[in-house]
Design a protein around this ligand. Structure first.
Ligand SMILES: Nc1ncnc2c1ncn2[C@@H]1O[C@H](COP(=O)(O)OP(=O)(O)O)[C@@H](O)[C@H]1O
Ligand SMILES: [Mg+2]
Length: 329
């Protein structure tokens, strides 16, 4: 089992996209995966097509001291037979204040998650864009931290602040998760990009994963549609890159690579999982009003005789007209 928090307190550097797509990539390889949304913005839930505002329980209900805990299981939403989600919504933002002054507030998630660790191969936690109590709970609950970095100054500075927080957690609680860092939203290779990568390699050594997630419009599109790119378009650079990342990270975490996934001519080939029904992600398209009307009443074929009518109709009309003329005569 591997538990992984995806952290970087800079927003927009690909945390949520990574949580969704790595989780989905492993789930498609028949690994049992749980994703926990620890961001009150609820983006993981949205990205998996779940409307967390309508759900009876979210991670907030499980963690809040002012709520009767419904139990972790009740908050689980099954996305596919291999992929579970604990969703979040804006209510989670109240938690930090509710927990202030409470002892053991840094490790509430860890204590609750503990009995479920053996039920999954991978547990991903998507963190909010700050290093507050929610992120600290996520870090305390896991054995691994995955840090996506985009090659911007702010994002790279975010990593230095995170290092300081990790040191503080180690000093205070003796908890030192393994760190992995990788490059996301990568642009076409340029001198600047190569310099950033060289620096990251130098600074983080083995923790730097030698791969990168390229920028892809289809990833943005997938997030709008509430589908992981690894379900939507296996030929897209984004899907190829997330599968590659899943392989590299999997190896580091001691998982044997799954041979079903081969990169063939740049596209990922995954044997179709016949028994894997994509439950929530791929919904049947809704029937629009016009579609319903068409199904109910098939359109009448009006054989209007115009110059544009098929020749057979025009011929018949001409014959009938000729007969009428003959009769009249
Ligand atoms: N590789 C990528 N290519 C193109 N757009 C991306 C990529 N990764 C993320 N995005 C987009 O960038 C935005 C921020 O990504 P997100 O994963 O939400 O970041 P974070 O969770 O760190 O705030 C989203 O609109 C997402 O669709
Ligand atoms: Mg996010």
């Amino acid at each position: 089992m591997a538990s992984i928090a995806i952290v970087n307190h800079k927003g927009g550097c690909g945390k949520t996209t990574t949580a969704i797509n790595l989780a989905a990539a492993y789930a498609r390889q028949r690994r049992k995966v749980l994703v926990i949304d620890m961001d009150p913005q609820g983006h993981v839930s949205m990205g998996l097509n779940i409307d967390s505002k309508k759900l009876p329980y979210t991670i907030y209900d499980v963690l809040s001291p002012v709520k009767k805990n419904p139990g972790f299981k009740k908050a689980i939403v099954r996305i596919t037979p291999f992929l579970d989600l604990i969703p979040a919504n804006v209510k989670l933002s109240a938690l930090e204040q509710q927990l202030s002054g409470t002892s053991g507030r840094d490790s509430i998630l860890r204590d609750i998650l503990n009995p479920f660790l053996t039920k999954y191969d991978f547990i991903f936690i998507d963190c909010p864009p700050n290093l507050g109590l929610l992120s600290i709970n996520a870090i305390m609950a896991v054995d691994n931290i995955l840090i996506p970095v985009e090659s911007s100054k702010y994002c790279l500075e975010g990593v230095s602040d995170l290092t300081a927080t990790l040191e503080m957690i180690d000093k205070k609680a003796g908890h030192k998760p393994r760190r992995f860092i990788f490059n996301t939203l990568a642009q076409e290779k340029s001198d600047y990009e190569s310099k950033v990568v060289k620096n990251l390699k130098k600074k983080y050594g083995k923790a730097y994963l030698k791969t990168r997630i390229r920028e892809s419009v289809r990833i943005k599109e997938a997030s709008f549609l509430g589908k992981p790119i690894v379900y939507m378009d296996l030929k897209d650079n984004g899907a190829v890159d997330y599968y590659t990342l899943s392989e590299i990270l999997g190896k580091k975490l001691g998982f044997t690579p799954i041979t079903r996934i081969n990169q063939i001519k740049g596209a990922v080939k995954v044997k179709p999982l016949a028994e894997e029904k994509i439950l929530k992600i791929v919904k049947k398209p809704k029937m629009t009003k016009t579609m319903v009307r068409k199904v109910a009443k098939p359109a009448k074929t009006t054989k209007k005789k115009t110059i544009l009518s098929p020749i057979s109709i025009r011929k018949k009309t001409a014959v009938k007209a000729k007969q009428r003329v003959l009769k009249a005569a």
